[in-house]
Design a protein. Sequence first.
Lengths: 297, 286
Amino acid sequence: MNVSSRPRLVARHIEAITGYLFLLPDLLGLLIFLIIPIAYAFFISLHDWNALSPMRWNGLDNYVKLLSDTQFWASLKITAIYTLIYVPVLYVISLGLALLVNQRLSFLRFFRTIFFVPVVLSLVVSSLMWKYIFDERAGLLNFLIGLIGIPPQAWLGSVELALPSIIIVSVWIQMGYFMVIFIAGLQDIPRDYYEAARIDGANRVQMFFWITLPLLKPTSLFVIVISLIASFQVFDQVWVMTRGGPSRATQVTAVYIYQQAFQYLNLGYGSAVAFVLFVVILGCSLIQFRLLRSTQS
Amino acid sequence: MSGIPTFTASTNKRLYRRLSNVLSYSICGVVALITATPFVWMALGSLKNATEVVEYPPTFLPRQFAWNNYVEVFTSVPFLRYIFNSFLVASTVTLVALLFHSMAAYSLARLRYPGRRILFLVIISTLMIPASITLIPTFIIVRSLGWLDTYWALIVPALFNAFGIFLLRQFYLSLPLELEEAARIDGASPAGVFLHIALPLSRPILATLAVFFWLANWNNYLWPLIVTQSPEMRVIQLGIASFAGEHSTQWQLIMASSTVAAVPGLILYVFLQNFLIEGIKMTGIK
């Protein structure tokens, strides 16, 4: 018994060592660059630091300062408005496109191919493309609306229109991506359900609300959570198109964090704002999960 | 009584079906126009000269194709260097990350050792971490390692993301055990089984992830913005953004540089569309 179990013990040790070694690079990397940073972010937020002189302990001063910082609250409000418009619009449009393209009609595959292209672009390229179109003097958009009699708008230069303009661009960029996700979700729904409903005399609208939508719950949850988390952290498009202007009309929280930390070198304060945003994101995701899970039953 | 009502009912249905199809195609057409127009407009703008590109009302086709715009982009800034930087970073990250992820995934899927379950949960939990919270601390970590303004800062932090590990683990779990068991009986080590059996079999999913990772790194903007300073270290997205910042009214150059930056993504799309779409569908599986 003793002699024959030796090689098995060695084999199991080799397997374990291999297991740990194989896991090591990624585990170490995730630890250093993802897990530790969260704790470190909180740690930094308790200090005053400008990257040149040593850190100065500050306690919760940054958070107290946060509470009375009107620019911070304004940025949260702008981020909230952005999210409250972007997420539902994106949801409806990408679901709509998915339903449209999923029909058994010819050539729809071709359209699906086109709708998806913006996804391969970077946010910077998309933003620059649209910045040119939105240009007040030479932009295509003002020319097109001029054709139907609407006067030229400042778009990205207008305090009222800048944020909606950025939202349009964001939806344009992402709708193909979520359309594909919805198509996958739609194709998972067995056709028999629709057949049975048709026999029972249901029309397309009824089938949508009683079959499609409920069975799309997991996909919908995914789409909403992902787009929500992304919209809370939106940066690239805003920075490239407006830098947070005009007059801070598009200064979303991520832009505010960037400016505080990397332009004004208030790394401690920036970290505090980032941490608050983190808590908000986490809170919203949890609420989402609860809400959609309770409607599942 | 038997003939007429049913005849009317089915014609109605056919008419309704016809109208609905026309509506579908029309909406598709409009959306396709909205999707395609910015691309076309960017390409056209890149070929107009400095005065024509800001003309109002705008011209459609350029009067003369200003190919020299592209030359000017490459000569007025180290654009080739930007491309090289992005290419280097994207390719390195893709190769190294896939190696690490497949090793980690195989370990989590097939090898047995104490704590495997907990380690997997820890790794998966990192998926919940939003990027914005990690930017400042990672910047400080990278800085204290002396990596600022070097390729290290651009490559190393980008390697680690639990998503690839999750997908590859799913894949390895789905492989039939017999192949691996046969190899073990023949005396292969666990590492050998991974190298000669599991890894080769995972080529399709590795290819899909590769396209994804490469494109994501080519398109990356914020992190390079934070960790690089000198023009020589700029990646292409930074390059075109700073170009737009410095030559903010020279739309023809901005469009030309953006077109160049868009090319790899478009090429990948034309030839590897299926990989991309498969990859997206995989992100939906949770």
